[in-house]
Design a protein around this ligand. Structure first.
Ligand code: E4P
Length: 217
C-alpha cells in the first residue's frame, strides 16, 4: 500500500520524504489556501522534493478550461498528476488527458457508481473521501470495499486512493480491503508508528542498558 501526504506544507513533506516512507503527495485548493503559498510555486517545489506523483487540482469547471489549466499544471514537474472533480466535465477531461499519457486523480468521489465512471474514463487514481462520508453518518470504508469489488470484477487498473483519512483505523481498514493508496495528513502517517507498549518497552531497554555500563560506539 502506498502512502501519500495530503498537505501543501513543504516542511512536513521534506520531513516525511526523509523517512523513505512517502510515495506521493496530494493537494487541493483548501490545502493551498491553508499554506498561504502561491499555488504554482508550491506545486513546483513539492514535485522537486518527492519522486512519486504530486496531485495538483484544476479549479475550472468546464472541460475546455480544465484542459487549459492541466496544460499549465503538467509543466510544473514530470511527476504531476492532474486532479479533476468527479463531474461529467471532469471525466471528459480525464479521458482526454489519459489519452495523452498524463496521470489523473479523479477526486470528490462519494459513490461506487462515480468510481465506476472514473475507471471507465481511464483515471490513474480515484479518490473516495471516507472521512467526509463518516461525518454525515455513512460508512466511508464500505465505499472502499464496494469499489475494490467492482474494480476487481472488471480488472480496472484505476488505483483506489483512499482520501479524507482522519485516523490510523481508516488506514488499517483500507489496507485490509486492499486499497492501493491512502492519502493522509502528515500527523496520521506519523501516528501509524506509535504504540504505548513500544514507548514503554524502549524506556525499559534503555534504562537496563544504562545499568550495564557498556556502550556500542
Ligand atoms: C484528497 O485528495 C483530499 O484532498 C483530502 O483527503 C480531503 O480531506 P478532508 O476531507 O479531510 O478535507
Amino acid at each position: 500500500m502506498k502512502f501519500f501526504a495530503d498537505t501543501a506544507e513543504i516542511a512536513d513533506i521534506r520531513d516525511l520524504a526523509d523517512t523513505g516512507l512517502l510515495d506521493g503527495v496530494t493537494t487541493n485548493p483548501s490545502l493551498i489556501h491553508k499554506s498561504g503559498r502561491n499555488f504554482l510555486e508550491v506545486i513546483r517545489e513539492i514535485a522537486a522534493i518527492v519522486d512519486g506523483p504530486v496531485s495538483a487540482e484544476v479549479v475550472a469547471t468546464h472541460h475546455a478550461d480544465m484542459m487549459r489549466e492541466a496544460e499549465v499544471l503538467k509543466k510544473l514537474g514530470d511527476n504531476i498528476c492532474i486532479k479533476l472533480p468527479l463531474t461529467l466535465d471532469g471525466l471528459k477531461t480525464c479521458k482526454a488527458l489519459t489519452a495523452q499519457g498524463i496521470q489523473t486523480n479523479v477526486t470528490l468521489c462519494f459513490s461506487a457508481n462515480q468510481a465506476l465512471l472514473a475507471a471507465k474514463a481511464g483515471a490513474t487514481y480515484i479518490s473516495p473521501f471516507v472521512g467526509r462520508l463518516d461525518d454525515m453518518g455513512q460508512d466511508g470504508i464500505e465505499l472502499i470495499d464496494d469499489i475494490r469489488t467492482i474494480y476487481d470484477n472488471y480488472d480496472f487498473k484505476t488505483q483506489i486512493l483512499v482520501a479524507s483519512v482522519r485516523h490510523p483505523i481508516h488506514v488499517l481498514q483500507a489496507a485490509k480491503i486492499g486499497a492501493d493508496v491512502a492519502t493522509m495528513p502528515p500527523a496520521v502517517i506519523k501516528a501509524l508508528a506509535n504504540h504505548a507498549l513500544t514507548d514503554k518497552g524502549l524506556a525499559t531497554f534503555l534504562s537496563d542498558w544504562q545499568k550495564t555500563g557498556q556502550s556500542i560506539l
